[in-house]
Design a protein around this ligand. Structure first.
Ligand code: SF4
Length: 378
């Protein structure tokens, strides 16, 4: 079933490593909420045959929105779209911007999953990457979320950060687990150009752990997470049984989703065609289009069948369970092992892929070299 993504492009301050579409010091939250509502109303008749199984309010920092706006957005989403009764509804929050009042509002509005950005449990590391919170604030935010009634809480952690060593990273994992996180996303830092961190590393004023140290952190993190009862179900995502993120699983299954908000992306089956489209990145342009009751589209692209097949492989092989051969065949009328015979044989010989009657999936080594394996599938 499709997912609904709602993008909130506001942050109090940009983190040093961040190249996401988010803007500091904008205060037009109310006009932006009105624009989101207009956009959802415009999409409503176009997707009225689809039932949405998940909603994800991401950013940016959605928890920066003043009290009252998240409930308005969710009420309008329910009015515009067929959202399943038991839909998973996730809200991304940063520790310094959540309050008891906001968390109670989210819970009352039907949010049942909180994703908290911790990144590290080491205050010196947090400072080096420009985060606004410290560990004490994160722990307090986690406790507030629990006392507001949330049991399904994800914690985002990063590794390969400035000033970070393996023991600091493992301490971050231990802290998230000890607080009761049901899901942990553990990403390796990607040094993006045009970020302050990139400039600092290029000028030599900040040093990052080298590739070997970062790979060692990842291996030690996987071992620790597994020993703590979290199953690695995607390259960077770990969950207690039954707490896998349904919204993200839909992406990795190359399922349909509608994205609303500045810079949001969508993929929908429209009149039998697989279509991807994206919104204007500039908030001003986004507001201007919706002010005239026009969809704020930047790009629309119909995806050819062969490309859609490759997308299914590329996304599906991120999951440790890999790609279901039956589901692929139901979608395309051909077994993926037959469709990609040469690439599958090469990967199997190389020890990076396992093929069973039901599934094709990457081995542990294959997950470390996913990009290289995919080159053959292209
Ligand atoms: S809080 Fe998230 S979206 Fe905002 S600047 Fe930091 S990393 Fe980027």
């Amino acid at each position: 079933m499709p997912g609904l993504y709602i993008h909130i492009p506001y942050c109090k301050r940009k983190c040093a490593y961040c190249d996401f579409v988010s803007f500091a010091n904008r205060t037009d939250h109310i006009p932006y909420t009105a624009a989101l509502i207009t956009e959802m109303r415009l999409y409503s008749p176009l997707v009225n045959s689809k039932r949405f199984d998940t909603v994800f309010i991401g950013g940016g920092t959605p928890s920066l929105l003043p009290v009252g706006l998240v409930s308005r957005i969710l009420a309008e989403a329910r009015a515009c779209f067929d959202i399943a009764e038991n839909a998973e509804i996730t809200m991304e929050c940063n520790p310094e911007s959540v309050t008891e009042e906001k968390l109670i509002e989210y819970r009352t509005a039907g949010v049942d999953r909180i994703s908290l950005g911790m990144q590290s449990a080491d205050d010196a590391v947090l400072d080096a990457i420009g985060r606004l919170h410290d560990t004490k604030t994160f722990v307090a935010a986690f406790a507030l979320a629990k006392s507001a009634g949330f049991t399904n809480i994800n914690v985002d952690i990063m590794h390969g950060l400035p000033l970070e060593n393996e023991s600091a990273y493992l301490e971050s994992v231990r802290l998230a687990a000890s607080l009761g996180a049901k899901h942990i996303s553990s990403y390796s830092l990607i040094l993006e150009e045009n970020t302050p961190l990139y400039a600092a590393v290029s000028s030599g004023s900040i040093t990052l752990p080298d590739d070997d140290a970062t790979a060692d952190m990842q291996d030690a993190g996987i071992a620790l997470l597994e020993s703590l009862g979290y199953r690695r179900y995607e390259i960077s995502n770990f969950a207690k049984e039954g707490f896998e993120c349904r919204h993200n699983l839909n992406y990795w299954n190359n399922g349909e989703y509608l994205g609303v908000g500045a810079a949001a992306h969508s993929a929908l089956r429209i009149n039998g065609k697989w279509v991807r489209f994206s919104n204007k990145t500039s908030v001003d342009e986004y507001l201007a289009f919706l002010g005239e009751n026009k969809l704020p589209l930047e790009e629309t692209k119909e995806i050819e069948r062969e490309d859609e097949m490759f997308e299914c492989i590329m996304m599906g092989l991120r999951k440790t369970d890999g790609v279901s051969r039956a589901e692929f065949e139901a979608r395309f009328g051909i077994d993926p092992v037959e469709q990609f015979a040469a690439a599958v044989s090469a990967a199997a010989l190389d020890g990076t892929m396992e093929v069973t009657e039901e599934r094709m999936k990457l081995t542990r080594r294959g997950l470390d070299f996913q990009n290289e394996v995919l080159l053959d599938f292209m």
